[in-house]
Ligand binder design. Structure first.
Ligand code: ATP
Ligand code: MG
Length: 366
């Protein structure tokens, strides 16, 4: 178990800066995910930690050791960084059995045959694949091949584990299953893990913390629920689904015991109370984020006073999706998106009132 530290790490290809001053501190045993759209620099960042790519600026540490420092010209090659890696194409060797695949990194390190057997057996037990040791690798399902790739990454007991979209070849049901299994294994082994994906749901369900990347920079790094419910800005907010972003004017604000602020606002045709990170002056123009699943619907023009957002409108669209129903509600100029429980079934054209708790209405930094 080791921590991983990136201090002001950059990487340029010619004049193209693809990773730009990234700071990241991963605690021993922690699971951190780099999440971001295609081309934002996730793989490049991971490859620099692995030593497969040199950083053009900054310092990378694994445990107490500096493994790369651009200005002091320190560079420890990948094989001496004690890390396990799993990539998108797991590169299971088809001409080998499961056992031989997992044994390979130890053979390369010229370990005695007897020790290899002990270590491979242990790694296969970890991923519950010991029954398959003598199987030819191609005679395995996608999920089983992925487990072999993880066993092979773990077999020499690395201090840290690096994974780049290791589940992108799997179908969605298997991804969820493998993801849950992998998270369980990671917590059992308490192995420091840096994971890369562009799949929001995967990042949310696996990680202790998620680092949202865009254009080579980290926009926000926090626990998944924090990133989702309390995004630092609009860009992070919009990376997860299509939240409602409502313009409003501040009426007043007060500090809550938890350090956050209760912000009373008025918008066009609606008003209420939201939650924010900092104090905002009366009459400021702000944007309030309300996620579509955070509205409660009531038929007609219901009235409610109290600490809630409250607005009414006309149902424009209603789409049944099984677990939920997607509604589009016209409120003056704006269209509000609501994911309601699917038993809620207001007629298109009818009047409806929406409520949201102030906890579910988050003030975004402008
Ligand atoms: N060897 C290279 N030479 C030049 N440009 C490169 C090189 N490797 C990566 N890049 C560029 O760096 C940027 C970041 O690439 P990177 O592979 O890190 O993105 P990513 O976030 O992993 O994307 P994806 O989700 O598509 O895998 C891209 O614009 C890419 O074209
Ligand atoms: Mg990539």
């Amino acid at each position: 178990m080791s921590n991983i530290t990136l201090e002001n790490v950059s990487r340029a290809f010619g004049s193209n800066v693809v990773v730009d001053g990234v700071n990241l501190n991963i605690s021993p045993g922690e699971f951190v995910t780099l999440l971001g759209p295609s081309g934002c620099g996730k793989t490049t960042t991971l490859r620099m930690v692995a030593g497969l790519e040199r950083n053009s600026g900054g310092t990378i540490k694994i445990g107490d050791a500096v493994v790369s420092d651009a200005s002091q010209k320190i560079f420890v090659p990948p094989e001496r960084r004690s890390l396990g890696m799993v990539f998108q194409s797991y590169a299971i060797w088809p001409h080998m059995t499961v056992f031989e695949n997992v044994a390979y990194p130890l053979k390369v390190r010229r370990m005695p045959e007897r020790d290899i057997r002990t270590k491979v057996d242990k790694a296969l037990r970890l991923v519950e694949m010991e029954r398959f040791a003598e199987r030819p690798a191609p005679a395995l399902s996608g999920g089983q091949q992925q487990r072999i790739a993880i066993a092979r990454a773990l077999v020499f007991e690395p201090k840290v584990l690096l994974l780049d979209e290791p589940m992108s070849n799997l179908d969605s049901r298997l991804r969820t299953q493998m993801g849950d299994d992998f998270r369980e294994l990671q917590q059992r082994l308490k192995i420091t893990t840096l994971y890369v994906t562009h799949d929001q749901a995967e990042a949310m369900s696996l990680s202790d913390r998620v680092a949202v990347m865009s254009g080579g920079e980290i926009l926000q790094i926090s626990a998944p629920s924090e990133i989702y419910h309390r995004p630092a800005n609009r860009q992070v907010a919009e990376f997860f689904g299509s939240p409602n972003l409502l313009k409003a004017m501040v009426v007043g604000s007060s500090k809550r015991p938890d350090g956050l602020f209760n912000v009373r606002v008025r918008g066009s045709g609606w008003q209420g109370s939201c939650t924010g990170e900092r104090d905002v002056a009366p009459f400021s123009e702000i944007t309030v984020m309300i996620r579509s699943e955070n509205f409660r619907c009531e038929a007609g023009l219901a009235v409610e006073t109290g600490d809630v957002i409250h607005l009414s409108g006309t149902v424009k669209e209603s789409v049944f999706r099984g677990p939920t129903r997607s509604l589009a509600i016209a409120n003056g100029e704006q269209c509000i998106r609501v994911e309601a429980p699917s038993m809620t079934n207001p007629a298109v054209g009818s009047e409806i009132t929406l409520f949201a708790k102030s906890e579910g209405a988050w003030v975004l930094d402008s």
